[in-house]
Ligand binder design. Structure first.
Ligand SMILES: Cc1cc2nc3c(=O)[nH]c(=O)nc-3n(C[C@H](O)[C@H](O)[C@H](O)COP(=O)(O)OP(=O)(O)OC[C@H]3O[C@@H](n4cnc5c(N)ncnc54)[C@H](O)[C@@H]3O)c2cc1C
Length: 400
């Protein structure tokens, strides 16, 4: 077993949207961060990858958006949102001066973040699997991991962060309790297609189905087809037939002229929950802390938000009261994501058509409300500005 010469300030487990971003932000503030991931980058993961302005704005704040654009990812100019009986089209306004939307492959985006973390001075160790947390009393003080040579290493730090995704092993090891837990509502498969032109990004919210169509690198289009979670066994038994049968006829006709360039990737493990995300010597960020159905395309942006909030808390806490700063981080993260969580639960139920259809019909009847919906989704307006009880009630009355 080997150990590290100097203890870092923070050990981060997981080096994708949450972990690499956090390590980069901490290193830029002069903190010593070590980030460990069992993967080697570039590395793919099961995820589509649409970035609303809420997500690209973080990349712009961090000085990484131009580098992303330079990878040849096509910019997305419009959002077509088909909900129940209505089709809405528009473009979200800028968040912090950034209106860009992209759908970068995770092989590209995650590598960009890992490189940025390294460039900022964080130590990134790939092919390193964390197996245990080290404790002193009830405090987490480090981790034991197996590195790429198969050697067990022990690292110690005042803070261990689990940025290790939905099935966070750090959450399991520290016994982080689950709260606000709701079972998976959808399931689905996606694939990459050539010869499937798409004008912007297309979202379809239908009874029992959700469909997302995004342009990505290399002239390919990513097409996700979701179904109610209970359909998983039948879907998996005949993926291609279910996938194609679930499309609206006009989209199906377009897909029938296209060519599938990848296998289908999919999942039915899409639970909705908050975990306790701070404790003595540990914290969670990204999907490890908070997970919701991916149909709103906000997981990456929320991982970026969590990284920024946690970096602020760690910076404050390491100078003063770490546990207090982490408790405040948990509260702020929940407050900033609560409305997205509720909207996602409502949408992922894939119910048709009332009262959601009435809501969307009412939105479609007013151009300024369409813009407001776009801004809410994009991140420049709060969910509460459109979906609070009074507004929703008024919208429903107007549509009757
Ligand atoms: C089907 C699907 C579609 C999605 N579509 C979108 C979308 O269009 N837009 C969007 O914004 N979001 C989308 N999301 C959500 C998005 O993928 C996640 O929110 C995001 O990946 C969370 O990032 P993360 O860094 O928290 O975790 P992850 O991306 O899961 O990264 C966790 C990392 O931790 C590492 N790790 C785990 N355990 C260990 C260990 N013990 N030791 C070392 N390393 C470890 C893993 O190797 C991995 O690299 C989608 C998700 C799914 C499932």
């Amino acid at each position: 077993m080997s150990s590290h010469d100097h203890d870092p300030d923070v050990i981060v487990v997981g080096a994708r949207c949450a972990g690499a971003s956090l390590a980069m932000l901490l290193a830029r503030r002069g903190r010593q961060a070590i980030v460990l991931d069992r993967a080697r980058f570039p590395s793919d993961t099961i995820s589509t990858h649409f970035l609303w302005p809420r997500s690209t704005a973080a990349l712009a704040r961090w000085g990484l958006l131009k580098a992303l654009a330079a990878t040849g990812c096509p910019p997305i100019e419009t959002v077509a949102f088909h909900a129940g009986p209505v089709a809405l089209r528009g473009r979200p306004e800028a968040v912090d001066g950034t209106a860009a939307m992209y759908c970068p492959r995770r092989t590209v985006l995650d590598k960009l973040l890992v490189d940025a973390a390294r460039e900022a001075g964080a130590e990134v160790r790939e092919a390193t699997l964390v197996r245990e947390v080290v404790r002193e009393g009830d405090r987490v003080v480090g981790v034991k991991a197996v590195d790429e040579s198969g050697e067990t290493i022990e690292l110690r730090a005042p803070l261990v962060v689990g940025a290790d995704g939905l099935n966070s092993s750090i959450a399991g090891m520290v016994g982080a309790a689950m709260s606000r837990s709701h079972p998976s509502l959808t399931c689905g498969f996606y694939a990459y297609w050539s010869g499937l032109p798409v004008d912007g990004v297309e979202f379809y919210l239908r009874q029992g189905r959700d469909i997302l169509v995004f342009p990505t690198h290399d002239g390919l289009t990513c097409l996700w087809v979701g179904r109610a979670n209970g359909d998983w066994s039948a879907y998996r038994a005949d993926i291609e037939a279910t996938y194609l049968a679930s499309l609206d006829p006009a989209l199906r006709a377009r897909v029938q002229c296209a060519r599938r360039e990848s296998t289908f990737k999919g999942t039915h493990r899409l639970p909705n929950f908050y975990r306790d995300c701070a404790g003595p010597g540990w914290a969670l960020v990204g999907d490890a802390a908070y997970h919701r159905d991916p149909l709103t395309g906000m997981g990456i942006g929320d991982a970026f938000l969590g990284a920024e909030l946690l970096a602020d808390a760690v910076q404050r806490g390491l100078n003063d009261d770490l546990d207090g700063a982490l408790a405040a981080y948990q509260e702020t993260l929940r407050d900033r994501t609560a409305a997205v969580f509720e909207y996602t639960l409502m949408s992922a139920a894939l119910k048709d058509p009332e009262p959601q259809a009435a809501l969307y019909r009412a939105i479609a009847a007013q151009p300024d409300t369409i813009q407001r919906l776009m801004n809410v989704l994009g991140g420049s307006a709060s969910f509460r500005s459109l979906f609070n009880v009074r507004t929703m009630g008024a919208l429903l009355r107007q549509s009757c």
